[in-house]
Design a protein around this ligand. Structure first.
Ligand SMILES: [Zn+2]
Length: 293
């Protein structure tokens, strides 16, 4: 088994013909390793942009790539082809899924098909590192630089944000954590439609309390003082993404506001539930602006 650590750079460009923004990929950088993560080969290619002729200032600053350097690049299709030959049947690894999203975006644009031709097995190194470091938090992902810092992996900020350098740095992080968790547990089959459905699923908050995706038991609250079931005394209101309602505990008299949100993800609904102090000003109906933090 071999691994290919892939890192891409892209430039946000507006396509007039497709009437949408495309994260146009401008660089492929990759390292190939054997089963023990020893480097066996590298890959690097620049792509001459077709959609956005000029790089944005932010991309230029970040990648130090220039419009001149890219004008000698190849086209997306031929880089995908040669990268496919380079990768063979290796497991493709990226840091987080944004590179996969960019690939899907470019495949949709060029091939009118979301399938990434060279992707058969996939591993998200960011999730692996976060889990192996016990820092997995869906709402707050760890950047590559921060991960390297925490692991004591040396790197120069100047070299980063270029595809090849970022791929090498992710590999160093992976090696620093090797053995903490089995890597193969994070390798997923990427040939199925389900992989693409999961990747392209748009997480969103449920804003209709009647939705069948809502588990009604999440709307019940226990008193945070005595632990007894509290009674809801007002109807549910929706503030931004949260449902809130006032509760009172018949046992000890504690009054509070129950707050709950339901985030719909590809593989289920994540419930976030908490008790907040009752806000007196909410009783004042003249003040109608949303007062969530
Ligand atoms: Zn109570």
């Amino acid at each position: 088994m071999s691994y290919v650590i892939l890192d891409l750079e892209w430039n946000g460009a507006y396509s007039k013909s497709a009437h949408r923004f495309v994260n146009e990929i401008i660089e492929f950088g990759a390292v190939k390793t054997d089963e023990d993560l020893a480097v066996t080969d590298t890959f690097s290619a620049l792509i001459s942009p077709r959609i956005g002729k000029r790089l944005s200032g932010r991309v230029k600053e970040l990648t130090k790539l220039t419009n001149e350097a890219l004008s000698d690049g190849a086209d997306f299709g031929s880089v995908v082809q040669s990268f496919g030959e380079f990768a063979g049947d290796s497991v493709i690894m990226t840091w987080g899924t944004s590179d996969i999203h960019a690939l899907i975006d470019n495949c949709l644009y060029y091939y009118k098909d979301r399938k990434i031709p060279f992707l058969h097995r996939y591993c998200d190194m960011q999730e692996y590192c976060e889990r192996a470091m016990n820092r997995f938090d869906e709402g707050c992902q760890m950047g590559l630089g921060l991960c390297a810092e925490r692991l004591g992996v040396e790197f120069s900020e100047d070299d980063q944000h270029r595809a090849g350098a970022d791929a090498l740095l992710s590999l160093k992080c992976l090696k620093a954590l090797r053995g903490a968790l089995p890597l193969d547990r994070f390798v997923q089959d990427a040939d199925s439609e389900a992989f693409y459905d999961r990747m392209t699923f748009k997480n969103h908050y449920i804003t209709d309390l009647g939705s069948p995706d809502i588990d009604r038991s999440a709307l019940k609250f226990n008193c945070d003082v005595c632990g007894k079931r509290a009674r809801r005394i007002k109807s549910w209101r929706l503030h931004n993404r949260n449902f809130t309602a006032d509760f009172i505990c018949k046992n000890c008299g504690r009054a509070f506001t129950g707050r709950v949100s339901f985030k719909k993800r590809y593989d289920g609904v994540r419930v976030n539930k908490r008790i907040v102090e009752k806000k007196e000003e909410e009783a004042n109906t003249s003040n109608t602006k949303p007062n969530e933090e």
